[in-house]
Design a protein around this ligand. Structure first.
Ligand SMILES: [Zn+2]
Ligand SMILES: [Zn+2]
Length: 274
């Protein structure tokens, strides 16, 4: 059976940050896929790492570009101008249609260690920032994660367990270990209180780095059990990846028990029955 899936994605990058295609090229890819809505979410400016995010000047250009595309493609597709606000970013967010709250780095003694860059950088962060104690690193990550909605004013939560990105085959830690479970579940609990949806993020599957989306099945079950809400994100950095894996994500969500996902509209989130 083909699952009912939303033809929309709200986690989309462009060449203004670390995406591979222009905003217009992403709109065209979305139209080819029959999407009814596309939300852009450039990486907010972070002073601790300028390599992956938009510069302050580019943020203004990004907004103008997306607004112009919204006009140009009106009647064909609904376009939103959001932002993926990093925990360490202090830039204003009130000009955007919505905010994704994401943690991409952990901080120790004023130094930032990327969670997201490569296995080597992950290992260096554990070694140099946390004396080799990977569970201390994980704990620091989830302490930030637990506050991500308050800090970024997020409308939804980006890749909740990004700290597992390079952990295929339990390369760095065991997610069944009590220390991992305690840290992740206490962040989950804090975020559930905000009533903001969690994304099921398929981006790293498309990029060949993982076999399953964020968050893990066991965390998704926990979200379901505690009446949390979800939406689908392909965290797209190119047009081909828009909506990638949404049918599998819908199958997984249904299997766990979810009967609807959220989609963003000009009136905020609405339910989309699965
Ligand atoms: Zn992200
Ligand atoms: Zn992203």
């Amino acid at each position: 059976m083909t699952e009912r899936i939303p033809k929309a994605n709200f986690h989309t990058h462009t060449t203004y940050c670390d995406g591979k295609e222009t905003a217009e090229s992403m709109v065209q890819a979305a139209l080819e896929k029959g999407f009814s809505a596309l939300g852009f979410s450039g990486h907010s400016y972070t002073a601790y790492d300028e390599s992956y995010c938009m510069s302050r000047e580019d943020v203004q250009k990004y907004i103008a570009d997306v607004y112009a595309l919204r006009e140009k493609y009106a009647g064909q597709i609904e376009i939103f101008c959001g932002i993926e606000q990093d925990f360490g970013s202090n830039e204003p967010t009130n000009v955007f249609d919505y905010v994704i709250g994401s943690v991409h780095a952990v901080e120790r003694d004023g130094l930032y260690y990327s969670v997201d860059e490569s296995p080597e950088v992950f290992a260096r962060g554990v070694r140099e920032g946390f004396g080799g104690d990977v569970y201390a690193y994980v704990k620091a990550f989830y302490e930030l994660e637990s506050q991500v909605v308050g800090k970024t004013n997020a409308d939804f939560i980006g890749h909740f367990d990004l700290v597992t990105k390079f952990n295929e085959g339990n390369r760095f830690f065991d997610p069944e270990d009590r220390r991992y479970r305690d840290a992740s579940l206490s962040a989950l609990e804090a975020l559930l209180e905000t009533e903001k949806p969690f994304e099921i993020n398929t981006g790293a599957i498309y990029r060949g780095m993982r076999k399953m989306p964020y968050p893990s099945v066991s965390l998704l079950k926990e979200i379901y059990r505690r009446k949390g809400e979800i939406l689908f994100s392909s965290d797209s950095h190119d047009g081909a990846s828009l909506g990638f894996g949404f049918d599998e994500a819908a199958g997984l969500a249904r299997e766990i028990g979810f009967r609807c996902v959220k989609v963003w509209t000009k009136n905020g989130f609405v339910d989309f029955p699965l």
